[in-house]
Ligand binder design. Structure first.
Ligand SMILES: Nc1ncnc2c1ncn2[C@@H]1O[C@H](COP(=O)(O)OP(=O)(O)OP(=O)(O)O)[C@@H](O)[C@H]1O
Ligand SMILES: [Mg+2]
Length: 368
């Protein structure tokens, strides 16, 4: 799957842009505040319906403009192509999303067309942030690996919402509560099994990438399902019922799951240097991309040089090249920060961005 064309209108400081990127590696370089991250943001919005910088797309709309428009043509591995479009008006509550000019309501449909792996200096939050971020990471993989994951996940969210609203009432009809318990148990089993199956696939690939990035530490990924593993979820839910009623919400379940990243029995975060943490995050992201064999994904790598020294940047870029996926990476100074020797000339395109203007650059004349 490859982004063949990208049109950007009224996103942050970017000039109206029509971009025909390379099917493999695209390096965008330019000074601070030139618009590099905004270009990656455009791709991210097209793949997920939202920015990675803010919850609301409103701050992404260019000042003095009423709306932003993004359009992409995506070529699938099978040869078919998709046209994706997003429009966000300042005055509207939500974005309008179109696939093949048909309006769609959920961003899950976009995610299926344009899977994205994002690596930014903020990605370290995968280790240090709330469990929700690691759950989302795991669920991204389970979503792309198992077709039955999404409906089960949506069913689970609905059952949880219904059960929680019931728990807030002073008087609860036990048979009605049991009904939602049964729904919750049914969907939890599917989500839990899909997460477990995905993690089993992920573990060995993650270790391979860690080693390839020369981090030879025995980092372990362990999965907390959201309740004590010794028990079936149905038993855990029954035994927590009185507490749930007192608190007014469901305290145990897949909504509490976590992927724990451990080193020598401790939270890896407390022991690894920031550079090592960045390698762990890179290995996690590369492993997810590698497991996506039938669809492929686009890598967005913002600020390649952040936290990685020259040797680790080189290893990382070599692994990206080996995967053969489409990559958009940014850096301030292409000449000094990108290990050019890792890319063959046909595999890479260079783009300079200055005051929101994107210009293709002839590799040999301008950088060499
Ligand atoms: N809504 C907006 N409208 C217009 N300009 C904006 C908007 N939001 C941010 N900007 C400006 O867009 C410019 C580009 O920001 P961006 O984060 O893309 O730069 P960058 O090249 O990634 O910089 P850095 O190297 O510092 O990370 C900045 O000057 C920023 O202030
Ligand atoms: Mg930036």
């Amino acid at each position: 799957m490859t982004l063949e064309r990208l049109d950007i209108h009224s996103l942050r400081n970017l000039q109206p842009t029509r971009w025909q990127p390379n099917a493999h590696i695209n390096v965008v370089y330019g000074a601070n505040a030139s618009g590099k991250t905004s270009l990656l943001e455009a791709v991210h919005i097209l793949g997920l319906g939202r920015s990675f910088r803010h919850k609301s797309l409103l701050s992404s709309i260019q000042h003095q403009q009423d709306s932003l428009h993004l359009y992409a043509k995506v070529r699938q591995k099978c040869g078919a192509s998709y046209r994706l479009a997003i429009q966000r008006e300042r005055q509207q509550e939500r974005s309008l999303i179109y696939i093949q000019e048909q309006s769609v309501r959920t961003t899950a449909e976009l995610a299926a067309c344009l899977p994205i792996q994002l690596i930014t200096p903020d990605s370290l939050r995968l280790l240090e942030g709330a469990p929700q971020l690691r759950r989302q990471y795991l669920d991204w993989g389970a979503f792309h690996a198992h077709a039955h994951f999404l409906p089960a996940w949506q069913g689970l969210q609905n059952a949880l919402k219904q059960r929680n609203s019931l728990l807030k009432h002073a008087k609860i009809d036990p048979s009605y509560l049991q009904l939602w318990d049964n729904e919750l148990i049914r969907y939890t089993q599917v989500v839990h099994q899909a997460r477990l199956a995905y993690l089993e696939m992920l573990q060995p690939v993650f270790i391979q990438y860690l080693q390839a990035l020369t981090l030879n530490l025995s980092i372990e990924l362990t999965y907390y399902p959201g309740w004590d593993k010794k028990y079936e979820y149905s038993d855990a839910l029954t035994s927590s019922r009185a507490r749930d009623q007192a608190q007014g919400f469901t305290s145990l379940g897949a909504q509490r799951a976590d992927l724990r990243i451990r080193y020598q029995g401790h939270n890896a975060l407390n022991i690894l240097s920031r550079g090592q943490q960045k390698l762990v995050v890179s290995a996690l992201k590369l492993a997810q991309g590698a497991l996506l064999t039938d669809k492929a994904c686009v890598y967005l790598v913002d600020d390649l040089a952040a936290e990685l020294d020259a040797q680790h940047r080189k290893n990382f870029c070599q692994l990206l090249v080996q995967q053969g996926k489409q990559v958009f990476m940014t850096c301030i100074d292409a000449k000094h920060l990108v290990p050019m020797e890792t890319f063959s000339e046909a595999d890479v395109s260079w783009f300079h961005v200055e005051q929101g203007q994107l210009t293709p650059v002839d590799f040999s004349r301008s950088i060499g």
